[in-house]
Design a protein. Sequence first.
Length: 364
Amino acid sequence: MKIREIQTEDYPQIRELHIKYNLKILDKVEWINFWSRNPCIQDSKDSLPLGWILEENKRIVGYLGNIPKEYYYKNKKFVIACSHAWIAEDKYRLEAFSLLNSFFSQKNIDIFMVTSANNISAKIFTRYNAKKIPLQNYQNSMFVILDLEKLIYSFLKYKRLPFEKMIGKLVFYLASIIFYKKLTFWKKINKSKKVELSKIIDGEFDEFWHSYKLNFQDKFLQSRTSNWIKWHMQNKIENGKAWIMSVRENNKILGYAICSERNNDKIKLRRIALIDLVSLEDNQEVYISLIKDCISEAKERGYHIFEIIGFKNLKRKIFSNFKTFNRKLPGFPFYYKSRNYIHDNFLKLGETWDPSLIDGDSFL
């Protein structure tokens, strides 16, 4: 049994491990590009590992990915390491702690993040002194239903109930009557800003990021340069699984929203999530216009639900005005650990954070 850093040629066995435990993984070309094109890895003078594997007789039995990112607070840059998909075959669960030891002992990392924890792994991360981000509403998802009938059948498939079609028709009929106003309310929201689909990620986004970073120096922000957005989203956009909507005035971006597909193929649920929502001045009219047009785009593309997870209270309040439905996630997913106790002075404050699915590994 040995532990070592991941190499790109490990992909076939890593893919098998993901599939075995019903976890999604990018195809080979996308996976290699994802790691090799990470701007933080490209720009760093230090060696930043892609992650670690457990190996026995040249067979990979455990995996933990490592995603370095750049964040800013008070115009100071922080290098973040975010974990991705901690997996181990059942008989090697004890040895899998060595993967976490390697992750949390990295040098040249300022802050560690876990953004997709479940109830079991969360208890383990806290033993490494990781803390919940100070926003309890991160565990509460808000969503708009765009196709009630298909959502109901997906839910029944998940529950594995008998007489699926018969029950589905009855539930759909009753829910359509009970929730009619709520289901159609988003269409009645008025917007005041012109919104357009951004097909090119160019220098305009760099100009926006420069201004945004100055305006919100008291927020702990992930880098949003054009290179970072391309690295995050270009492949998904080209494959029709994501899009960017923006509001512009005088050839200047005032705000934009990023939506990304988060389907559940097992129950045939088509789900799109709002993973980023930013505006130069926290302009509520910009936010409303972007959300309205993103929901319309999702409806046109045939998604069943439009969802948001996270965001600061101002944005959540605006989204709630669309008469959303709510669900509680099965566990609190977002934890952090600072290497320097001084950083905890701002990380422990709720007003420091504006987290969403663009952070960490959630956008995958």
